[in-house]
Design a protein around this ligand. Sequence first.
Ligand code: AQP
Length: 325
Amino acid sequence: MKKRIFSGAQPTGQLHIGNYLGALKNWVALQDEYESFYCIVNLHAITLPQNPKVLRQKTLDLARIYLAAGIDPEKSTIFIQSDVPEHAELTWILSCIARMGELERMTQYKDKGKGNSERAGVGLFTYPVLMASDILLYQTDLVPVGQDQKQHLELTRDLAERFNRDFGETFTIPEPFIPPVGANILSLQEPTKKMSKSDENANGSIFLLDDADTITKKIKRAVTDSGTEINFDDSRPAIKNLLTIFQLLTGKSASECETHFAGKGYGHFKTELAETVVEFLRPFQDRVKEFDDAALDAILKPGAEKARSIASDTLKSVYKKVGIA
Ligand code: AQP
């Protein structure tokens, strides 16, 4: 029996190269070795206000992005979260064992709720419980995510262990898979914070669907550090971040990248990086256009059916354990 993977992305904003390098790239690489479930987490998206018409469109667009990135529906199950109602049902059960204190410690809630509990939505607060349900429903062994999701995954493990202790062995305890390089791609404009879909400054992110001109302009405008060397130096996060993107897209080792740019200036480096990103994204952007709505339907519908068959077994067992069924 293959071990199992679950992961997902929110259909909010536009996917950026950080989402790709921190998560999607690894989903593709792991799908041969693991039985993989890749979800479009639209229930997570509505924890912040969304335009309903745009949300539906973005949900389908994200499915196209998964496919164009190389997730193969013959190998992996791709589905929309809301097509499997067990995600919301398990969230209620787990909400009853989660503690206010542990959710209050979640940094994403603090960041996105802006420390204003009077105005922050309850959904934003309970977001990590929904994420725990997503993962635990599939008896997941491994969860490939970026660094920003590490804390939520620790909470998932705590909730699973608590449930197993109080009600008897029910959930597999999942392990995180956080890549050693690329788990925290930083904003091109503010290299102290992560590249983010919800960043108001679009120049901070390279979106997967940006055109060549836009990518080149964003990279040329990217802030740099003092000094001239192009190397992986923790005290120079801007250059390290750009070089990390170059490393992951070219498959070169860190020392090969440093040797490649030895003696070259920032101008040369940025030009080559921009060309690398544009060339990398070109075939990806062509593939995105290949999937019409009918093609998506033919993948997402059976995907949801397969996901549901596993999720409903887990939920039945949970209901029995807590005395509901
Ligand atoms: N900057 C990043 N570097 C590496 N990985 C990242 N991820 C997100 N940002 C980076 C990983 O991408 C996956 C999908 O993310 P998500 O859709 O769940 O959104 P998020 O984690 O909340 O991050 P975003 O993209 O910045 O969106 P917003 O602005 O809406 O919060 C996850 O595995 C994530 O770790």
